[in-house]
Design a protein around this ligand. Structure first.
Ligand code: NAP
Length: 242
């Protein structure tokens, strides 16, 4: 059997790889290559973009994986769209693995994207940004102060955007201290789901306003929310393929 293609870059990636490996299913994991110290995978890893939809089609035609498991981050909108289009073009079964979003909480303000979040902030806001290294849309908001927390260095920022390098796990006590020390009034976060909820709890307790960026809609096709369901889908896909 050819190797399955597992699109990773999330906590689900190595976990799924381990489950597939334990079942003796051949698999190659794919990483974008944006993280300097990615989590280790117990299977072979290829790194770097495929070159858009045409590049991925070429890769799929060359390697003919029996299935593609897209376990990229819920906000990896380009990769999920590319995977859907390229798998459709090559008639390779694909599943989207999406961890459940965080459930709705009282007083959340929903925003469709970071641009809307930037527009929604009131003048004078002191904002904790936990939305990734791309803070370009906040550059014009010189009337606010930002603390941009990232795992990888975010590059040079203007004076009103202070950078903070840190990596999970975070605790409620730590998040509370951070928000207090920086007199944070607003938290901007993506609805990534998963275990990183300490910032939400801390913000709620402190009365910090929470702006939640809603997830992009996944492309049409099967979606599963747990690793177990991914394996169930895969069993069915491999049965059909045989
Ligand atoms: P994106 O905007 O959807 O993808 C941008 C480009 O990066 C894709 O078009 C593709 O390049 C390449 N790429 C993305 N994931 C890849 C993978 N697993 N293997 C090979 N190439 C990949 O993605 P992103 O938001 O920049 O995220 C990049 C990676 O970081 C993803 O793997 C994602 O799982 C992870 N991540 C993202 C977030 C987030 O908030 N977005 C958070 C945590 C982790 P080509 O078009 O050249 O193929």
């Amino acid at each position: 059997m050819n190797q399955l293609l597992l699109l990773g870059g999330t906590t689900e990636g190595p976990a799924l790889a381990a489950l597939l490996d334990a079942r003796r299913l051949p698999v190659v994991a794919s990483l974008a290559g944006v993280t300097r110290h990615p989590a280790p995978y117990p299977v072979p890893v290829r790194t770097g973009g495929f070159g858009g939809i045409p590049g991925l089609i070429e890769w799929l035609n060359e390697h003919r994986p029996p299935a593609v498991i897209d376990a990229t981050h819920p906000f990896a909108s380009q990769m999920q769209a590319n995977a859907a289009a390229a798998c459709a073009a090559t008639v390779i079964p694909r599943v989207r693995v999406l961890r459940p979003p965080w459930p709705e909480r009282p007083r959340w303000r929903h925003v469709a994207n970071l641009t809307v979040a930037a527009q929604a902030l009131p003048p004078g806001a002191r904002v904790l940004l936990t939305t990734g290294h791309d803070a370009a849309v906040f550059r014009d908001r010189t009337d606010c102060r930002f603390l941009l927390r990232t795992i990888e260095p975010a590059g040079p920022q203007p004076p009103h955007i202070a950078a903070l390098l840190d990596r999970p796990p975070f605790t409620i006590a730590g998040e509370t201290a951070l928000m207090r020390d920086h007199e944070i009034t607003h938290l901007v976060t993506k609805n990534s789901g998963g275990s990183g909820t300490a910032k939400l709890r801390a913000a709620e307790a402190l009365g910090v306003e929470i702006l939640v960026v809603d997830r992009p809609t996944p492309p049409p096709g099967p979606v599963v929310h747990t690793l177990d369901d991914a394996l169930v889908w895969l069993d069915a896909a491999l049965r059909v393929g045989n």
